[in-house]
Design a protein around this ligand. Structure first.
Ligand SMILES: [Fe+2]
Length: 311
């Protein structure tokens, strides 16, 4: 039986209690603002399970069809963020993944980290991947102080990768999980993380910031998983995010599956919010991947054949 998670340094009120309290404080229990508030809460709380066929270069046959999940950008700063994370962990476990990947920004601020580190660690202890779960740091984690976060994640059973890699075996084959430290904190060292990785190895690279791809393209990654962007926060149909990205790789990499050079990057929209507590057409995300083989050379040849046949 699973233990109820409670905030270590303070009471963890239920969302209903929070809503009632906040609503009373703001006078929102009165119509007509309450429906608006419920709608707003739905946009930031209703997590979406996104199923993706993930193209991975040099994927060994033994790993084809493997299920893996990704969570990112929890930004646990309030009780309701913890409750959202709890539901996301349960959603991940329901997928029965073999691997789980966490791509950073677990807290936004040091005081929130100190308050919620223990309950977040207890929640993550519930993750039940068949093989292992891995985590990397985000920019906020370094701004909070990553040492206690890293220690707590390890105590919860995770492998925290700081510019290093681990091999995961399935029958006779291996998959190499490479964790790159955060780019904005100037701690990313792709060359160090890839030291000892063979050119023929299949790699799943975890890097909080999708711009990290600019600095590891030459290392021939199999696929890269990122977060950081929160999906662009406010997305319009047929247009994308209304916010201009600060990232060099631009709007293309703010959310979902995108090809860069000869590999794919998946950008998870994250679970939490930072600064502005809003999401429009950009729900919190749990990603569920089914790994499949991707051969850029074969794909290029197929495209070339199609062009020739067209002439
Ligand atoms: Fe971030």
């Amino acid at each position: 039986m699973r233990a109820r998670i409670a905030s270590g340094a303070g009471p963890w009120r239920t969302r209903r209690a929070w809503e009632n309290g906040a609503a009373r404080g703001a006078g929102l229990t009165d119509v007509p603002l309450r429906p608006l508030k419920l709608l707003w809460r739905r946009t930031i709380d209703k997590t979406q399970l996104v199923k993706v066929r993930l193209p991975v270069r040099r994927l060994p046959r033994e790993f084809e069809g493997m299920v893996a999940c990704q969570l990112s950008d929890f930004h646990v700063d309030r009780d309701e963020d913890l409750e959202r994370l709890e539901k996301a962990v349960d959603a991940v476990n329901r997928q029965k993944p073999e691997l789980v990947f966490l791509t950073g920004d677990y807290f936004s601020r040091p005081e929130a980290m100190r308050r919620y580190l223990e309950p977040v660690g207890t929640l993550l202890r519930r993750l039940e991947p068949q093989l292992a779960w891995f985590a990397v740091a985000g920019n906020h984690d370094h701004w909070c102080c990553f040492d206690p976060i890293s220690e707590r994640l390890r105590r919860s059973g995770g492998a925290v990768l700081v510019n290093e890699h681990r091999r995961v075996h399935r029958r006779a084959a291996a998959l190499v999980v490479v964790g790159i430290d955060d780019l904005w904190s100037r701690r990313a060292e792709p060359a160090r993380a890839f030291r000892g990785v063979r050119r023929t190895d299949c790699t799943v690279v975890l890097a909080h910031n999708p711009d990290t791809a600019l600095y590891l393209r030459h290392l021939s990654p199999g696929v890269m998983l990122s977060g950081h962007t929160h999906g662009g926060v406010v997305r319009l149909p047929f247009y994308g995010s209304v916010f201009n990205s600060f990232l060099r790789l631009g709007r293309r990499f703010q959310a979902g599956l995108n090809r860069y050079s000869d590999f794919y990057i998946y950008t998870n929209r994250g679970l939490g919010t930072f600064a502005v507590r809003i999401r429009i057409n950009c729900r919190p995300e749990v990603s569920r991947f089914t790994l499949e083989r991707f051969d850029p050379i074969q794909q290029a040849a197929t495209l070339e054949e199609a062009v020739l046949a067209d002439r």
